[in-house]
Ligand binder design. Structure first.
Ligand code: NAD
Length: 287
């Protein structure tokens, strides 16, 4: 039996519809249009594509957005000044600094991200938001793991009581995913590059979330029959060929449900950025 394919587009469109309606409601209630500012430093071509997609998506849902392009040789102080300005700007409710930063600033990444007002931190990377998530007070939550959760909810897949296994413990995906699943009453195991006999752990998973960045790493023998498999990985293996961390063709024959790459959770990430910006606007309007 082939697995149910969880198409990201279907769920992303549902989320964007909700966001659109929320934006109309905010305009009616407060006369305010939520605004997102994306800062990009330097010329990284992949980052430029991501930023252009975010800008376009804002337009699609009726949100205001600004792309702030800073030259590659900008100083940390110039970037912090720009963030300070946006922290104060009344028409901007969400601020995002596109990563990676140029090499000369990468050591200052934490200081730069921590400078964003936590109530405008739509990436959910600020320590205040990370701390809140870890004690079950979800404020602004990282978009990719939040998108995975929304997808499960919209697909009608229960989380409570399930054994969820996550492969990968990054601050962007693995760790927030752990907290999101735990607070939804899953029993959660986190695996990483030091885990021994990984397959014996993943074989126990009712729900497997994979975020490691290694093409086709998870194979059919690692899957419990009927499991739900969420593939967060995005790996470019040829100029026009993207694959996930899961060997989709093999694993779909064993799993109960699976996300494809491309066309899976990646599409949810931008939808959740829109969701977070509207949420941030509401947070600020309540202050
Ligand atoms: P990362 O490099 O920060 O972390 C990788 C994690 O994988 C680490 O915790 C490491 O311990 C673990 N790992 C590596 N090799 C392993 C192995 N052999 N066995 C077990 N664990 C292993 O990566 P990240 O930022 O979390 O991203 C992971 C993947 O998800 C990448 O492909 C990235 O492109 C993708 N990603 C997608 C989105 C999206 O929008 N869909 C967002 C963020 C990341």
């Amino acid at each position: 039996m082939t697995a149910r394919i969880l198409e990201g587009k279907v769920f992303a469109n549902q989320i964007k519809e909700t966001v659109k309606n929320d934006i109309v409601a905010l305009k009616e209630e407060f006369g305010v249009t939520p605004g997102l500012a994306v800062i990009i430093v330097g010329e990284n071509p992949a980052s430029r594509v991501y930023v252009a997609n975010k800008h376009r998506s804002c337009g699609d849902v009726g949100m205001y957005s600004e792309v702030i392009e800073m030259p590659a040789d900008s100083t940390k102080e110039q970037l912090l000044n720009k963030i300070a300005e946006l922290n104060q700007a009344e028409n901007i409710h969400g601020i995002l600094v596109q990563l990676p930063l140029p090499k000369h600033m990468s050591a200052d990444e934490a200081e730069i991200l921590n400078f964003i007002d936590p109530d405008k931190d739509v990436d959910g990377f600020h320590p205040v938001n990370v701390g809140k998530l870890s004690i079950g007070q979800e404020h602004l939550v990282p978009c990719t793991p939040l998108g995975c959760i929304k997808m499960l909810e919209l697909a009608g897949i229960d989380i409570a009581g399930k054994h969820a296994v996550i492969i990968g413990r990054s601050n962007i995906v693995g760790k927030p995913m752990f907290n999101l699943l735990l607070s939804r009453n899953a029993t959660v195991t986190v695996c990483h590059s030091w885990t021994k006999d990984l397959a014996s752990v993943t074989k126990e998973a009712d729900l497997l979330v994979v975020a490691i960045g290694k093409p086709n790493f998870v194979t059919a023998e690692m899957i419990k029959p009927g499991a739900v498999v969420i593939d967060v990985g995005i790996n470019r293996i040829a100029p026009k060929k993207l694959v996930g961390d899961v060997d989709f063709e093999q694993v779909k024959e064993v799993a109960g449900a699976i996300t494809p790459v491309p066309g899976g959770v990646g599409l949810l990430t931008i939808a959740m950025l829109m969701h977070n910006t509207v949420k941030a606007a509401r947070i600020q309007l309540k202050k």
